[in-house]
Design a protein. Structure first.
Length: 276
C-alpha cells in the first residue's frame, strides 16, 4: 500500500512486533500471554478477530487485518494498546535508550511519537492512528511520506522530491514548499505508473520509480535532488568531484558499497531517518 506500509506477520515469528500484536489482541479482549512468539494461541485469537471483522480467517496479520487490530491512542490513553506501541520503542535514531513500557501514554511517549512522525513525514499530531501504527509495526524498510503542506523545514525531503518530479517533466518550482501544485504533479506522475492508489502524497510505490539512478558525470534535476540530501554541497545539478566525494563518504559510513552511484539502495538510505 502506498501510504500505509503494513507488513505481514504469521505463525512461527518471534519478535517485539509479535508482542505488539499480542498486546493489541488483549486490547480487544482476548486472553493471551505476551511472549513475543506467534504460536497457536495467537493464531486462534487472530482468527477470532478476523471472523468478527468479516475478514478471511487465515490467522495471518497482514494489510487487511492490521487496521482492524490497531486502536487509536493519544495522550492520556492507558492499557494494552499503549503497551503495544511502547514495546517496539519507536526506535528510530536519534532516539537514545528504551521507552518505558508502562502502558501509560504520557508526555515521554507523546514526545517519542511526535519525533517518530517527524522522521517519517507523517502527520505530526502526537496521536497514534492507522498511519503511525503502519510505520511503527513494520520491519520491512518503508519509504517515508511527503505530503501536501510539508516544507523543507518540516520534512527534509521536500526539495529532493520536487527536483525528482522536475526530472520526470513536471513544471513546478523546487521551492521547498510541497503545496497543491507539487501534489498535483505527484498525482500526474502516479497516473503514469498505475490505476489505483492515486493521491498527492509521495509514498511507498512512488519513491522507487521517482528516484532516478545518477552517477559521476551526470547532471540535471535528479543530481540536485541528491545534493539536497547531503551536507555542504552546492545544488548546481553537476555530479562532479565534490558530489562524488560526498556520496562515497555517505556510502562508506552506511552502505556495503562505495561506488558513488546513487541507485535504489543509496536513495533509500538517503531519505530514511536512520541514515538521512
Amino acid at each position: 500500500m502506498n501510504l500505509f506500509p503494513w507488513t505481514t506477520v504469521s505463525s512461527g515469528e518471534t519478535s517485539e512486533r509479535v508482542s505488539a500484536i499480542q498486546y493489541l489482541l488483549r486490547a480487544h479482549g482476548h486472553q493471551l500471554n505476551v511472549d513475543g512468539a506467534y504460536g497457536p494461541a495467537t493464531v486462534k485469537a487472530v482468527k477470532a478477530l478476523q471472523a468478527a471483522s468479516g475478514l478471511t480467517t487465515d490467522g495471518v496479520v497482514g494489510p487487511k487485518t492490521w487496521p482492524k487490530l490497531v486502536k487509536t491512542i493519544s495522550i492520556g490513553s492507558t492499557g494494552d494498546a499503549v503497551l503495544a506501541l511502547q514495546v517496539g520503542g519507536l526506535a528510530t535514531p536519534p532516539w537514545d535508550g528504551p521507552l518505558d513500557v508502562d502502558g501509560v501514554f504520557g508526555p515521554e511517549t507523546k514526545e517519542r511519537v511526535e519525533g517518530f512522525q517527524y522522521n517519517w513525514g507523517l502527520t505530526r499530531d502526537g496521536a497514534v492512528g492507522p498511519e503511525t501504527w503502519s510505520f511503527a509495526t513494520t520491519e520491512d524498510g518503508p519509504w517515508p511520506l511527503v505530503k501536501v503542506g510539508a516544507t523543507q523545514e518540516s520534512n527534509w525531503r521536500v526539495r529532493s522530491v520536487q527536483h525528482l518530479l522536475r526530472a520526470h517533466g513536471a513544471s513546478i518550482v523546487a521551492d521547498g514548499s510541497y503545496g497543491p501544485l507539487s501534489g498535483e504533479a505527484m498525482k500526474f506522475f502516479q497516473l503514469g505508473l498505475r490505476a489505483t492508489e492515486i493521491s498527492t502524497t509521495c509514498g511507498q510505490l512512488d519513491w522507487p520509480e521517482l528516484a532516478l539512478t545518477v552517477s559521476p558525470g551526470d547532471s540535471g534535476e535528479a543530481v540536485r535532488a541528491v545534493q539536497w540530501l547531503l551536507p555542504d554541497l552546492t545544488t548546481d545539478g553537476l555530479f562532479g568531484p565534490k558530489t562524488e566525494s560526498a556520496v562515497r563518504a555517505f556510502q562508506d559510513k552506511f552502505l556495503p558499497t562505495t561506488d558513488a552511484i546513487v541507485g535504489p539502495m543509496t536513495w533509500w538510505a538517503l531519505v530514511v531517518p536512520a541514515y538521512g
